[in-house]
Design a protein around this ligand. Structure first.
Ligand SMILES: [Zn+2]
Length: 368
């Protein structure tokens, strides 16, 4: 009987790396996480705890908590991440402290990475293990004598890596739980039939609806969260948007998620309904105030701050937060903009590359 800890990388105001419609912070917490948590519950001899998802362990360690205060009763700590580089970089790896050699659990985890995504080129000669001494949590745990590894599951910047990972997410999670604990779980992974236990809740994805780019879809009123885990604002429910992009997710009850124009967010198939009739009406906030004179209402691409201002949290479209979570920047700072979000009244906000929001007010920002 041993107790283990799983940590999801990044978090709080740090989204980690992004690519192919995903970001590290949300992928590990909301795409992989539910599968890991499901299999952790099936363990009989061992157990896995999960580090508080609302926290970023790295920040916590910097503040003297996190890795410094993790109980020594944990047999191991496994931190999940996705790697980022150019789009051709591929494969995953397991990082352990240079002061030790990889144990059988590290090697088993690396085998799971290899089976579903393959190994990154630099670790092919070391069984998928990368030995390092320049990471904070890794060094703190090494000094405290607690076994720790950081798992880079795949390159978030590589489309094929992410497709392989997402397609097999349930099997990856099950085999990770087995590799971390050394305990074999019974039963099959989502998608396969289990004739011996027909009443077992099935994780088979039921909604295989796939809309195409350009299709008009309505967000159902029963929808609660975006594919990435953030709550869906009430003004989005019942509104019609155009599908901008499609990705395979095998998440909750849906096989696909769709990037919707206007809100620039991913929504699961189960929360959408096709708008029939081919009407060309889009959600242009008709009947609402026209903000285009004082605000950028379409993506300006790149802007410069005219006055010092701060960034707001990615979901704080109504500026409810008191502090400027993404930091305060002087006049002249340049931001790359990846999209626009609007409040329920249609007031636009700029989405910066990190996902944090910036004012779209022309008195504060200027297109460059
Ligand atoms: Zn990371």
């Amino acid at each position: 009987m041993a107790k283990h800890l799983i940590v999801y990388g990044h978090g709080q105001q740090d989204p980690g790396a992004g690519g192919n419609g995903y970001e590290e912070r949300n992928f590990t917490r909301y795409t992989l996480g539910p599968h890991l948590e499901k299999y952790a519950k099936q363990l009989k001899k061992n157990s896995i705890d999960f580090y508080d998802k609302s926290l970023n362990m790295y920040y916590q360690t910097q503040a003297g908590r996190g890795a410094y205060t993790t109980s020594t009763s944990y047999a191991s700590v496994s931190e999940f991440h996705l790697d980022a580089a150019g789009s051709s970089a591929t494969g995953g790896h397991v990082i352990v402290s240079k002061s030790f050699s990889a144990d059988k659990y590290d090697l088993a985890i690396a085998q799971v990475v290899n089976k579903y995504v393959g190994w990154w080129g630099s670790v092919k000669g070391s069984k998928g293990i990368s030995y390092r001494s320049d990471l904070l949590n890794l060094n703190v745990y090494a000094r405290r004598g607690i076994s720790y590894r950081l798992i880079e599951l795949a390159f978030i910047t590589n489309k094929t890596d992410m497709q392989k990972l997402v397609k097999n997410i349930d099997a990856v999670a099950k085999e990770m739980v087995e590799a971390i604990t050394g305990e074999k779980l019974s039963g099959s992974t989502g998608g396969s039939t289990n004739t011996s236990k027909p009443s077992k809740p099935s994780t088979t994805v039921k909604n295989t609806t796939k809309y195409n780019k350009g299709d008009k879809v309505k967000v159902l009123s029963k929808a609660t969260r975006y594919q990435t885990g953030q709550p869906i604002a009430s003004f989005v429910k019942g509104s019609t948007y155009t599908v901008k992009d499609v990705k395979e997710v095998n998440q909750s009850n849906s096989k696909y998620a769709f990037l919707l124009s206007g809100i620039n967010s991913w929504v699961l198939a189960q929360d959408l309904q096709k708008v029939s009739g081919g009407s060309s009406t889009t959600n242009t906030n008709s009947g609402k105030k026209d903000y285009s004179k004082d605000y950028y209402t379409t993506n300006p691409g790149k802007v410069k701050l005219l006055k010092a201002d701060g960034l707001r949290a990615p979901n704080d479209v109504n500026w409810t937060g008191n502090s400027k979570y993404g930091g305060y920047y002087p006049a002249g700072t340049v931001f790359k903009i990846k999209g626009i979000k609007t409040t329920s009244s249609g007031l636009p906000r700029l989405i910066t590359e990190s996902g944090f929001l910036l004012t779209a007010n022309r008195k504060y920002v200027q297109k460059i």
